[in-house]
Design a binder for this molecule. Structure first.
Ligand code: DUC
Ligand code: ZN
Ligand code: ZN
Length: 491
C-alpha cells in the first residue's frame, strides 16, 4: 500500500489516545480527513510538533442549548457563533444542541429556523436534537419520521415544565415513533407535580430565595420520574437516554435498570460533579447563577455521579450549557423581586466541560485518559449516529492537542461565551487544549480563533449504533410489543 506523502497538516510526536488505546504516532491530514497514522510521516504544509502533548479526538457536546427560547420564554445568551467559538476554545469540535418545538409550532418550521441560524454562524460542526412538546398526529405520523430520515435521529422530551411536559400517554407515543423509525428518545426526568406542590408551599411561606429551587426540585422528583421513564421504555421495549442525571437515587435507578439488561443510557454534567445545592445559598440573588434543573445536590450524589461515570452506568459527560445572563434577560426577569420560580434554569459550561473533567478526573489519576475520551467524545458519537466520522481518531480530523502541564485559573474574562459569569470562577485546572482542529482546519491556536463564521457544517446523523438497538431477550414487560409489533421484523 502506498501512503500519501502530501499532507495539508501533520501532527507529529504526539501521544494519541482514543477510547480504547494510547500510543505515540504521527497523524497526516489531507482534504479534511485523516489519511495516515504512522511514524516518521513527512511534514505537511502545516506541521505541528506535539511532543509532550496529548492528542485526543475533538470533544462532542451532545447536550447544550444555543439560541433557544426556553419553556419559560427566556432566550439563551449564546447564539450559534459565540457558543461554537466557546466550545472550540474548550476542545469541543462538535455540538448537538436542540431545535425546540413550542406548543403550536410545526416541527419542520422549527428545524428550518434553527438550521438557517446555525448555518450562518457556527464555526464548528453541529447536529440537532429535536425537543418535542406538541406530539400531534401530524408530528407523530409525518413530521418526526421525515425529520429522522433527514438526519435528526434523537429527540428530547420533558416530564416537567408546564409548557413543555408530555404526559405518560404522549411519552409512549413518542417512544413508539422512535422505535419505528430508529431514533433515540432523551428524557428530562423530574416529576412535575412533586416540584409544583413543594414550590407553591415554599412561595406561600415567603421562601423565595434561589436556594429553595433545590428544595422544590427534590431528588425524589428526579428518581421517581427516572423510574417511570424506564418503565415506559420497558413497556415499549425501546432504548432510552436519561439526560442530566444529578442525584444518587437516580443513578441507582439507572444502574439497576442496566443490571436487568435494559438499554437505559444516561448522561451527567459538570454541575453535578463540581457544584452542590449549597452553591445556591448565597446572599441576595447571587445563588441564581447556580440554578439549573435538576439542581446540583450533595457530596453523596457527587460521589455517585463520579462512580457512575467511572463504572459505565453513565456513558456521557455533556455540559447542558444553558446560558443565561445574570440580568433581566435570564436569571433575574423581575429584578430584585425575582423568586426561585422565575429564574431561568441552567448554567454555562461548554468551554470548561472538558478541562474540568481532564483536570479532576485524569490528572488526579481517578480516571484513565481512554475513559475521558469515551465520556467526552466517543460515546456521544456512537449514541447519536456520528461514529466514526466524529469522536475518535480514525477518519474525521477533529482533534484537540492538550498540554497536560498547563495550569489555568478559570475566569469569566478568559471564556468566550456571552454569559458574563461562570459558576467555576477561580477554580484552577491542570491541562488545557492548546490547539484545536476541526475537519483538518486549525481553528484555535495560541488563544486565537481562526475560523470563519458559518464554516461549521450540519451533520446528517445516522441511527444509533446497534448496542442501543439491542432488543430485550424475553422481557416479560414487553408483551405489548407482541400485539403491536412495530419493528419491521415483527410484522
Ligand atoms: N433542562 C435542561 O436540559 N437544560 C436546562 C434546563 C432544563 O431544565
Ligand atoms: Zn432538561
Ligand atoms: Zn439541557
Amino acid at each position: 500500500m502506498t501512503l500519501p506523502t502530501e499532507f495539508d497538516l501533520t501532527i507529529r510526536n504526539g501521544r494519541i489516545s482514543t477510547a480504547s488505546d494510547t500510543y505515540h504516532a504521527d497523524i497526516g491530514v489531507r482534504d479534511g480527513v485523516i489519511v495516515a497514522i504512522g511514524s516518521g510521516l513527512a511534514p505537511g504544509k502545516r506541521d505541528i510538533d506535539a511532543a509532550g502533548r496529548w492528542v485526543l479526538p475533538g470533544g462532542i457536546d451532545s447536550h447544550c442549548h444555543v439560541e433557544q427560547l426556553s419553556g419559560m420564554g427566556m432566550m439563551c445568551a449564546d447564539d450559534f457563533y459565540s457558543a461554537t467559538v466557546s466550545a472550540a476554545f474548550g476542545g469541543t469540535t462538535t455540538i448537538i444542541p436542540f431545535a425546540a418545538q413550542h406548543r403550536g409550532d410545526l416541527l419542520p418550521e422549527v428545524v428550518a429556523d434553527y438550521s438557517k441560524r446555525a448555518a450562518e454562524k457556527a464555526v464548528i460542526d453541529y447536529g440537532f436534537h429535536l425537543i418535542v412538546s406538541d406530539p400531534t398526529e401530524q408530528a407523530l405520523k409525518h413530521d418526526l419520521p421525515a425529520l429522522i430520515k433527514s438526519g435528526i435521529t434523537s429527540f428530547k422530551v420533558f416530564m416537567t415544565y408546564e409548557r413543555m411536559k408530555l404526559d405518560d400517554f404522549q411519552l409512549l407515543d413518542v417512544l413508539d415513533v422512535a422505535d419505528r423509525e430508529g431514533a433515540l428518545v432523551m428524557v428530562h426526568a423530574e416529576n412535575n407535580d412533586m416540584i409544583r406542590w413543594v414550590a407553591r408551599r415554599l412561595a406561600e411561606r415567603g421562601m423565595t430565595a434561589p436556594k429553595y429551587h433545590a428544595v422544590a426540585h427534590t431528588p425524589l422528583a428526579e428518581s421517581e420520574a427516572t423510574n417511570r421513564a424506564v418503565a415506559l421504555a420497558r413497556m415499549m421495549d425501546v432504548p432510552l437516554m436519561i439526560v442530566h442525571v444529578a442525584g444518587i437515587e437516580a443513578v441507582r435507578v439507572v444502574h439497576s435498570s442496566q443490571a436487568l439488561g435494559l438499554p437505559i443510557h444516561a448522561e451527567s454534567c459538570p454541575q453535578y460533579l463540581f457544584l452542590t445545592a449549597e452553591d445556591l445559598d448565597l446572599p441576595g440573588l447571587e445563588g441564581a447563577k447556580f440554578c439549573c434543573s435538576p439542581p446540583p445536590r450533595d457530596p453523596e450524589s457527587q460521589a455517585a455521579v463520579w462512580q457512575g461515570l467511572l463504572d459505565g452506568t453513565l456513558q456521557m459527560f455533556s455540559s447542558d450549557h444553558a446560558p443565561y445572563r445574570f440580568d433581566e434577560s435570564g436569571k433575574l426577569p423581575k429584578g430584585e423581586a425575582t423568586t426561585f420560580k422565575d429564574m431561568a434554569n441552567g448554567v454555562p459550561g461548554l468551554e470548561v466541560r472538558m478541562p474540568l473533567l481532564f483536570s479532576e478526573g485524569v490528572m488526579t489519576g481517578r480516571m484513565t485518559i481512554e475513559r475521558f475520551v469515551a465520556l467526552t467524545a466517543t460515546n456521544h458519537a456512537r449514541t447519536y449516529g456520528l461514529h466514526p466520522r466524529k469522536g475518535t481518531i480514525a477518519v474525521g480530523a477533529d482533534i484537540g492537542i492538550w498540554n497536560p502541564e498547563r495550569r489555568v485559573t478559570i475566569s469569566t474574562a478568559m471564556l468566550h461565551d456571552n454569559v458574563g459569569y461562570t459558576p467555576y470562577e477561580g477554580r484552577e485546572v491542570q491541562g488545557w487544549p492548546e490547539i484545536v482542529v476541526s475537519r483538518g482546519r486549525v481553528v484555535v491556536e495560541g488563544g486565537v480563533l481562526d475560523a470563519e463564521r458559518g464554516s461549521g457544517r450540519f451533520l446528517v446523523r445516522g441511527t444509533p449504533e446497534p448496542v442501543l438497538r439491542q432488543r430485550l431477550n424475553g422481557n416479560p414487560n414487553a408483551l405489548v410489543r407482541k400485539y403491536f409489533g412495530s419493528h419491521p421484523n415483527d410484522e
